[in-house]
Design a protein around this ligand. Sequence first.
Ligand code: OAD
Length: 248
Amino acid sequence: MGRPDIPAELGQALSKLRRVAVLTGAGVSAESGVPTFRDAQTGLWSRYSPEQLATPEAFERDPRLVWEWYTWRRQLVAAVHPNPAHLALARMARLFARFSLITQNVDSLHQRAGNTEVIELHGNISRITCSRGCGIVTAFDESAAPPPCPSCGAPLRPDVVWFGEMLPADALSRAQEAAKSCEIFFSVGTSAQVYPAAELPFSARRAGALLVEVNPEETALTASADFVLRGAAGRILPHLVHQLEAAH
Ligand code: OAD
């Protein structure tokens, strides 16, 4: 397989710009072996879609089922490793005066690759929190069913954003600020379908940033992108970062 084509104009732009924002989605973790949301689920859980399990209603109806699904997902994520796309983003962060990494992923793979400041829009499966919202947040534990909140007794739940729920206000406002103030915005491995995350690239563009998409497939964003890099993030990003490092 040959080297991916990085447009010369993109390399030139990046050599002058200082403020970069990147939004990542499930496609970035796909090459580590974490299935994307719109992929069919495999094995034990193939009867369910994420939309049936990742909701507050599903947890209310059957907390143990949802808890078991998250236990399975957490074990899956613990057994995989950051891939070349994660590692390239960790290197990229060192090349710019301001680099904001915003992710919809809940798997900590960016942090494990070395990105220290990650804006997590959809939470993180390694944490649990009170389902009644009393504010307790703690590390996931190995219980077979949701343990009670030590403060109010309600069941603890994964500290992630479920369908129909609000995003954490602090993470969302940091992401919006990064989108509005960057000079170039990368949308990597996301289908750009789930709002408000999907709004961020458009808001960056409205504020005057260049927009770059890295995805093997066309998305809702493609038509608005200044540069479309078609292909797997694990192939394209290392090459892009290698070029940037050589030019530094
Ligand atoms: P999706 O599963 O919607 O989309 C994954 C995207 O990654 C698709 O556009 C694929 O073409 C692309 N892709 C696949 N392999 C890739 C690769 N190797 N390199 C680059 N891109 C690749 O996942 P998200 O867009 O992350 O929300 O989904 C967003 C949110 O919807 C998730 O965070 C989750 C979900 O429902 C919540 O749970 C709240």
